[in-house]
Write a protein that binds this ligand. Sequence first.
Ligand code: GAR
Length: 209
Amino acid sequence: MERVRTAVLISGRGSNLQSLIHARHEPDYPAEVVLVISNKADAGGLVIAEQAGIPAKVIPHKQFASREEFDAAVDAALREADVSLVCEAGFMRIHSEWFVKRWEGRILNIHPSLLPAFSGIHVHEQALAAGVKISGCTVHFLTAELDSGPIIAQAAVPVLPNDTAETLAARVLEQEHKLYPEALRLVASRKVTLENGRAVFPLIRNRDP
Ligand code: GAR
């Protein structure tokens, strides 16, 4: 089986990268991580890539005069590796519009909240401050706006009375590690596609009116 060549963009720890790499051990998994790109030279995820024998590239955003030039370097690396899908996993940079357009429908992001609630940073602090009783994580197609875009999959967790941002983050992260490989499976096997700004599941028939 030919697996869809997938790149993962990171900025830090790389635990979601790890779960995406690990998915290759599942039978018939339709995607394979063939390239890791980090905008930070000290990202922990680079070690994970090395241990898994996956080529990793550091493209430090600070070396570029503009967002566009940085994105052009990322785009060139993705093309050079003949990548078809891109997963952002804790990649803390906003892309330029042309980059998002170029990869439209082929670039995913994971965010540790039930979007559209609590985008941006300090997500778990935001959830605790709002007093929500349920939080979770979202995988969505990337759009030019931060942490928005058509939703592919979500998982929910309870928010417990004594939660801190750290305990809630850990509970959500456990779900992220299951959700992201499943969302990538759906996209790589074309069970979900981006059409007219919506995530469409062609195998699920609309209910008759
Ligand atoms: C994850 O919790 C991910 O959802 C979040 O960063 C963390 C990265 O952890 N992403 C965002 O907040 C995007 N807005 P990891 O490096 O261990 O995968």
